[in-house]
Design a protein around this ligand. Structure first.
Ligand SMILES: Cc1cc2nc3c(=O)[nH]c(=O)nc-3n(C[C@H](O)[C@H](O)[C@H](O)COP(=O)(O)OP(=O)(O)OC[C@H]3O[C@@H](n4cnc5c(N)ncnc54)[C@H](O)[C@@H]3O)c2cc1C
Length: 381
């Protein structure tokens, strides 16, 4: 069915992003996978092309456009070439609302120009070694002392953990107040007592720097509190998580489409028992099933993007999109490995890398089980 989500401007922007990926990313990504990180220069080059901060107001170096379809174009083009090391989605889709909507004018002036140019790379630190799904169980504290908060604690699995200059850290400003005791503080590169641990060795996404972060008596100015009011952190997170989950769903569908396309081509050309493996009924039925599910997923996600743009996307809509598309992505990629036979297990084939890169999708941004909890709770049992 015809996809009618995009306008001409989005198609033109897609051309620019596709050309950027071919020139600046694809030739280098294998090396970045070996390095475990992407160089900061590629962030600056992407910034020069206007790939960051659509929603950043023009006076701070952005485009002042709040239209998630541009974010979607970037995610889709990144996925199409398997550039899983670029943490642009985290910066654009997840961090932009925190940086644009929760900042005062003074903070905007300090951070938004760098955010839009790619000179200031962002990250978010929610997860701790002892608490991931159970966000209220975090133990990082921020104790007010005059004009500063003194932050102590640890975060783990942080995307852009090594490259980041600004980390939105979820802290407890009042550990006795439950959800109302959580606050978001921006910790900046170079602050005394803020150190980074290992760049974690992952199953896939090898060029993505995912790290532990440590905070030991870090004095963070009160001027770095987001949202202007202590104790609002939990609600601010809940407000922004649907967009994060939709971004993951967008990536899931794009990955499933890409792998499926490659696999159909593979099945056309590979022969066994004197004919193309695509002629076996098992292959055709399996591809038919996957193609059907992926197309249905595509339309639901596109509808969610329209809803987000209209400020109508609910937490339940986003949870449905997240769990279903990421589970589907895993199924599609796994079945497509099978259709490639032994070649599917060789890393020189994109399907093998896609298999490694996809596994995390049902885990981060809220696990499948947590998504089902969110949906289940909406029935009001
Ligand atoms: C590559 C990668 C990048 C990441 N990037 C970031 C980042 O940038 N910032 C950040 O803050 N975090 C990040 N994370 C962390 C990620 O969001 C968490 O790993 C995830 O939310 C799960 O938390 P956990 O690992 O503590 O697992 P746990 O919460 O310990 O869950 C373990 C298992 O128990 C299940 N479970 C837990 N609670 C329930 C329940 N109520 N009902 C049913 N089942 C339940 C889970 O679904 C899961 O299967 C990243 C993780 C990875 C792997």
């Amino acid at each position: 069915m015809r996809r009618d989500l995009f306008d001409e401007e989005h198609d033109l922007f897609r051309e620019t992003v596709r050309e950027f990926m071919a020139r600046e990313v694809v030739p280098h990504h294998a090396q970045w996978e070996k390095d475990g990180i992407v160089p900061r220069e590629v962030w600056k080059k992407a910034g020069e092309l206007g790939m960051f901060g659509f929603s950043v107001p023009e006076e701070y170096g952005g485009s002042g456009i709040t239209d998630f379809r541009y974010n979607m174009v970037i995610v889709e083009e990144i996925i199409r070439v398997g550039a899983s090391g670029l943490g642009f989605g985290l910066h654009n889709d997840i961090m932009a609302p925190y940086m644009v909507e929760l900042t005062n004018n003074e903070q905007k002036q300090r951070w938004l120009p760098g955010f839009a140019s790619g000179e200031l790379i962002t990250a978010i630190g929610m997860t701790e070694p002892g608490a991931g799904s159970d966000l209220q169980g975090i133990r990082t504290t921020a104790v007010r002392e005059g004009d500063h908060y003194v932050v102590n604690g640890q975060k783990t699995f942080i995307t852009n953990g090594i490259n980041s200059d600004l980390v939105v850290v979820v802290t407890k400003t009042d550990p006795s107040a439950g959800a109302r005791g959580t606050s978001l503080l921006v910790v900046e590169r170079g602050m005394e007592g803020f150190t980074r641990g290992r760049n974690l060795e992952k199953v896939g996404m090898h060029a993505q720097d995912t790290a532990e972060l440590f905070f030991e008596n870090v004095r963070v100015p009160v001027a770095n509190l987001l949202g202007g009011e202590e104790g609002q952190g939990f609600f601010q997170l809940m407000n922004n998580l649907p967009q994060e989950r939709l971004s993951i769903a967008v990536a899931a569908v794009a990955a499933a489409e890409t792998v499926l396309e490659e696999t159909i081509e593979y099945c056309r050309n590979r022969t066994a028992f004197g004919r193309s493996i695509g002629k076996f009924q098992n292959t055709r039925f399996l591809l038919a099933e996957l193609a059907t599910e992926v197309e249905i997923a595509r339309h639901y996600v596109d509808k969610c993007v329209r809803a987000l743009n209209a400020k109508e996307l609910t937490a339940v809509d986003a949870a449905k999109a997240k769990w279903w598309t990421t589970e589907l992505q895993n199924k599609v990629v796994d079945r497509c490995v099978q259709l490639h036979g032994g070649y599917g297990y060789m890393l020189e084939y994109p399907v093998a890398k896609a298999w490694l890169d996809s596994r995390v999708q049902t885990i981060y941004g809220g696990t499948t089980e947590i998504m089902k909890e969110i949906i289940g709770r909406s029935f009001g049992f």
